[in-house]
Design a protein around this ligand. Structure first.
Ligand code: SF4
Ligand code: SF4
Length: 442
């Protein structure tokens, strides 16, 4: 039975609308309502050209540490471990000055994908998360830097209305910014005076992110960055290819060399992810009936496609397709354990940058003190895992920043959404709430 003090903290995290800020947007109040032995702060930030987690810790070490302590208190964890790349020496020093004796620092190597929570859990604790499970199964709760920062604010009843994002790639001055949730890419580009017409815009990274649908797409609570690349860059050409083309060339050109599997981080940890087997099945059947049994633990890191495959094929597209098709999870019989060559097959970030031809864009993106005040924000009702939030305001209502405007129905998993700017609710549609500051009346 959880104490009333712990319940009060969980409720504050729920009321502040905190969701996982480094990935899928899992509601944090559900995640921390569990028992754990150890909390791992995930500051691996392995996605190339993104730096916002490192910048949060560099600028706000006390808030992140406070978030760790809160989660330790709620979950009963006796230990907190900060997993951070050892190359960030000054950030580690800032943390060391402020940690208490039940929190330690684990210096990570600079490789990709060090931030995958299954990989991180193993590297930091030596524990293997069983296939199809999350780290809590082995007593570990993993939370990223920004989520921990948001937890520290939630305890003080400050809701999530802003988002840290890195803006990098083919721009003059890469930077990390704090923008109101719901700010559109267009507005950010205009404020920063970035000419984006001949550039392709990626959201959340080149490896695990995707090409932005359009310039009106907005920053959500889980957006980690905006990366711009010239539209004729090899990564853009590969990432914008027609899926049908990818399927066709895999069927004819996959020579079953198995490099995609040999570098797969989930395969190397002993899970039964084997992309070359899925490619073989696809080659021998069709897109509806191929076997995806060896795809189900794929973390969609894209290493197989953007690093490993010598034939320039896209096995990750097929892995993602079978995951999206929702093929039933089947337990694969053999459990191999950690691969003996795992340490030697880790992909160093420098090699990955080279393979992606983006070394020239790898510049620091320090946190800027620029204040972004958009005229309008578009707040999606679904920016998290669970049920969508439902508006509790009407078009024409005036709102002030931090005011609750939408929430998921009681007893259903989801989150709360707060106004990220002061203004008037200009539009409510099926997918989003638009607030305009231009229409703010006195
Ligand atoms: S690395 Fe490429 S060619 Fe080799 S098995 Fe995988 S998909 Fe086929
Ligand atoms: S995207 Fe490729 S390398 Fe990454 S986990 Fe999936 S199969 Fe493995």
């Amino acid at each position: 039975m959880i104490s009333s003090e712990k319940r009060a903290i969980i409720d504050k995290v729920k009321d502040a609308g905190v969701v996982g800020a480094g990935g899928a947007g899992f509601p944090t109040y559900i995640k921390i309502d569990n028992q754990a032995d150890t909390i791992i702060a995930n500051i691996a930030e392995c996605e190339p050209l993104l730096y916002k987690d490192k910048e949060i810790v560099r600028n706000y070490p006390l808030d992140v540490i406070s978030g760790i302590k809160t989660v330790m208190e709620v979950t009963g964890a006796k230990k907190g471990i900060i997993g951070i790349k050892k190359k960030y020496k000054n950030v580690i020093e800032a943390l060391e000055r402020n940690i208490t004796k039940n929190i330690s620092i684990f210096p990570l190597g600079d490789y990709y994908p060090a931030g995958d929570e299954i990989v991180l859990t193993y590297d930091v604790t030596g524990k293997i998360v069983p296939e199809g499970e999350i780290p809590l199964k082995v007593g570990i709760l993993v939370s990223n830097a920004e989520t921990l920062y948001n937890i520290s604010k939630a305890v003080k009843s400050i809701p999530v209305t802003k988002k840290f994002i890195t803006i990098s790639g083919a721009i003059k001055k890469p930077m990390t910014l704090r923008v109101p949730v719901g700010t559109t890419i267009k507005e950010i580009m205009e404020i920063l005076k970035v000419k984006y017409e001949n550039l392709t815009i990626f959201l959340d990274g080149l490896m695990m992110g995707e090409v932005a649908k359009n310039i009106h797409t907005s920053v959500t609570k889980r957006t980690s960055g905006i990366i711009l690349l010239p539209s004729n860059h090899p990564v853009v050409l590969k990432r914008t290819r027609d899926v049908k083309y990818d399927i066709r060339i895999i069927k004819s050109a996959c020579d079953q060399c198995s490099y995609c599997t040999e570098f797969c981080p989930r395969y190397l940890i002993g899970h039964s992810v084997e992309p070359h087997r899925v490619m073989r099945s696809l080659s021998l059947s069709n897109t509806e009936s191929f076997s995806s049994i060896y795809a189900q633990g794929c973390v969609e890191c894209s290493l197989c496609t953007l690093f490993a495959c010598p034939e320039e094929l896209s096995p990750d597209i097929i892995m993602k397709k079978s995951l999206q098709d929702g093929k039933k999870f089947e337990q694969v019989a053999s459990k191999k354990g950690v691969h003996p060559m795992r340490e030697f097959r880790k992909v160093p970030s420098t090699k990955l940058l080279k393979r992606l031809s983006i070394e020239n864009y790898n510049n620091p993106a320090l946190l800027s003190d620029l204040i972004i005040e958009p005229d309008e924000v578009r707040l999606p009702l679904m920016q998290h895992i669970g049920e969508p939030a439902k508006p509790i305001k009407l078009e024409g209502d005036k709102v002030i920043v931090g005011e609750l405007i939408a929430e998921t129905e009681k007893d259903k998993p989801g989150t709360k959404i707060h106004a990220s700017i002061s203004g008037t609710i200009a539009e409510i549609n099926e997918t989003e709430i638009i607030i305009s500051s231009r229409r703010l009346l006195s």
